[in-house]
Design a protein. Structure first.
Lengths: 136, 222
């Protein structure tokens, strides 16, 4: 029974929380798609995104119906004359499609060391629950 | 065989064109041949018969053209936009031209690694290095300097370390240990190297060693 429950949850998350490439639309300016790790726990879905070089004010998160928009635009453009350059400071943009099982009112975001951690709790009614069987 | 002869003639013609237009030095022409050949092979491999515009006798046939026919159609089609061929040649010429600009040999330069990318700037007194490294374990950042060799190593925390496999839905971020060693433009004073880690960017300031600072030489007019 418990196994069944976890399987269902996973399927829902796979289908709903992670956008397929067709779902991701382009932003008007040049941007980088941040690499993400996504995993789930009993209570929530966690998205971890690498977005280095921003301040926490630069990140703009919004939920529009079923789309979660993740956007980061560095406000302070530091002009540097690099003699050797492997990276440049860019904007970040990515979208995720959220399932109806996620409670949009309690989304929690944290930005530390260039890593954005998003916690998307499941709505109370979808949490896996163990059902006690009463013997007569 | 006639197809191969045509191909040869075509390549020679294009090579001559390149030599005239963008001064590709003659010793590098073999490079051009290789690129051009790869280009042809790629076209042949990725061809889509349905989208192809055919002319003459090919128009009514249903079967896909052979590679030779394909090239003939592609490059000798009188109805194709004359700019297409020119654009193709221009893109190859532009690619080749960039290879021979000093300091910008894209072809020869190794691709930047996916993790721990660095930028470097220098002025008279200091060398500044920035490394893009989000989510490092701060206790495991290790920076060492020996003469003009800078080594930065560290470890990226793995967010999925404690997550069972079936609960991990996306695994895109690079993780684990890394180490990179650079040869700096000059020797630096290892005692005065400062480093700060802010918003996923590791910023180093390395003052040059006294012996490596540029000296002004005044000219005595006698």
């Amino acid at each position: 029974m418990a196994d069944n429950n976890t399987n269902t949850t996973k399927e829902q998350c796979c289908n709903t929380a992670v956008a397929t490439p067709q779902d991701e639309i382009t932003a008007p300016e040049r941007y980088t798609t941040p690499a993400v790790d996504v995993y789930e726990t009993e209570e929530e879905l966690v998205i971890v995104a690498d977005m280095p070089g921003l301040e926490s004010d630069d990140i703009d998160l919004s939920v529009d119906k079923e789309l979660l928009n993740l956007k980061g635009v560095p406000r302070q453009k530091v002009e540097n004359e690099w003699q050797y350059e492997e990276f440049s400071s860019t904007s970040y943009y990515r979208q995720f499609r959220l399932g109806s099982k996620i409670d949009r009112t309690r989304i929690d975001a944290k930005y530390t060391d260039g890593v954005l951690t998003l916690k998307l709790p499941f709505a109370e009614e979808v949490k896996p629950r163990r059902i006690e069987i009463k013997g007569t | 065989m006639s197809f191969i002869m045509t191909l040869h003639r075509r390549i020679d013609g294009a090579a001559l064109f390149l030599r005239r237009v963008c001064d590709v030095p003659t010793p590098f022409l073999p490079v051009f041949y290789v690129v051009k050949l790869a280009y042809f092979l790629d076209i042949v491999r990725s061809h889509e018969p349905n989208k192809l515009r055919r002319f003459g006798t090919y128009k009514d046939t249903k079967k896909a053209p052979s590679p030779g026919e394909y090239i003939m159609i592609r490059f000798f089609d009188p109805f194709q936009n004359p700019n297409t061929l020119r654009r193709e040649l221009d893109s190859i010429a532009g690619f080749l031209r960039n290879q021979f600009v000093p300091g910008h040999p894209q072809f020869l330069r190794p691709a930047a690694p996916q993790v721990a990318r660095v930028n470097l700037a220098e002025d008279g007194d200091n060398i500044r290095v920035e490394m893009l490294a989000p989510g490092l374990d701060q206790e495991k950042i290790d920076i060492s300097v020996l003469n003009d060799q800078l080594t930065i190593s560290g470890e990226k925390k793995d967010a999925l370390a404690d997550v069972p496999g079936e609960k991990a839905l996306r695994n895109e971020r690079p993780k684990g240990r890394f180490s990179r060693t650079f040869t700096l433009p000059s020797e630096v004073n290892p005692d005065q190297v400062t480093a700060e880690y802010q918003n996923g960017v590791l910023k180093l300031n390395l003052p040059r060693a006294e012996s490596a600072k540029p000296k002004k030489i005044s000219v005595n007019v006698g």
